[in-house]
Design a protein around this ligand. Sequence first.
Ligand code: F0G
Length: 463
Amino acid sequence: MPVPGRTIRPPLEPFKAKVIEAIRVPTAEEREAALQRAGFNLFNLTSDDVFIDLLTDSGTSAMSDRQWAAMMLGDETYAGSRNFAHFESVVQELTGFPYVIPAHQGRAAENLLFTQFARPGTTIPNNMHFDTTRTHVMRNGARAVNLAIPEAYQVDLDFPFKGNMDTGRLSELLRSASAGEVPLVMMTLTNNTGGGQPVSLENLTEVSRICHTAGVPLYLDMCRWAENAYFVRLREPAQQGRSIREIGRAIFDLADGATMSAKKDGLVNIGGFVATRDPALADRMKEELIVFEGFPTYGGLARRDLEAASVGLLEATDLAYLEHRIGQVRFLADQLDAEGVPFLHPPGGHGIYLDVRRFLPHLPVQQLPGQALVVELYREGAVRTVEVGGIMFGDGESPESAPALELVRLAIPRRAYSSAHLEYVAGVVAAVFRRRAAIRGMKMTYEPERLRHFTARFAPLSG
Ligand code: F0G
């Protein structure tokens, strides 16, 4: 809870607007019609239906003038693009990984990595799998295991590094595994599905030691690594004087490679890569890349996209940028706290995660409370959010299948919305919170087999 009488101040923007995009609040009737058309799945809304879009922070950033200028430098060469050479050198400089393979986004990078490692009978641990990561592990026949620390599941607990992996469980898993059963360990920075919570450098050091003692490679999902490094700088006493890039190198030095969706901390609208220290693995992934994404000097991207990412990857390490970025999340958190709205603590790097179980305690998991909340936030003020709970991760039907956390994420795009927008969002959430007792559940009317949250359809429960 904020200190009584303290004013909640917005973070100062270290930038000003040069280009704007008009947005408007659809009327209550328009919102109702849009919900019907969308089958109550907010992934089916069009952008004109939405006022403030907090569905994702992925590919939704505002690019800088320098990135737009870089777009004009795209050589649009199939093979041997100088833009790729620049991109490769930026990733090498930031991470120290020598082999860099571009891909059109994070899940394409995951596809390249997991088709090499995941097999039936293997187990792939993660601190907390993201949905696409888990899907890539499972579609190759492997088992995805989350080894988050127990603190990660205590929504109210103000613990600085809830993204940490339980090193005791990791040691035990590796000790009891047969040779080759765990082909790699992955750490997601920040953890996203657990609230955008960071991993400490101390924890990563221990995870790396355990992996390498067992001869198992450690890969990072580095989508939001700069935000993670910011928290390390802020919360880990030994790291306080260091730059984001120095902390980054300390992190990457512990790993064998990484996948990245540059749509997050690359500050671009499309792009990603997989990087490794293993030349033979890089060659095998490049062969796959050519089949599915394109030649290794563009990887499914226009060369101008690579150039914009080269600039964005470095901009995301700027401390003034990160202070504003994380400051926006905290600004929204402070306002929700003042209204008594329950959300996962502490606020994470890229958004607020409402605690659905306490927001709508009268709705059992079978009545899809997260989806009901997402729908009400849209209905109230055309704010689009996403369920991260039973629909994304459980079978949504039995309490036993319910994931440990039932959340609704308000993901904040980078550099896109103003403080006034965030105050509006806080007002919408507070209004829904005040009328929460009257909110009814939902049912699923169409259920796809994989990644069902994207395309499922829903209907309100009558009664
Ligand atoms: N890993 C993490 C931790 C992610 O958050 C995402 C995407 C991916 C991998 C896949 O990257 O979208 O470029 O293919 N997260 C987005 C989100 C979709 O909304 O959190 P992608």
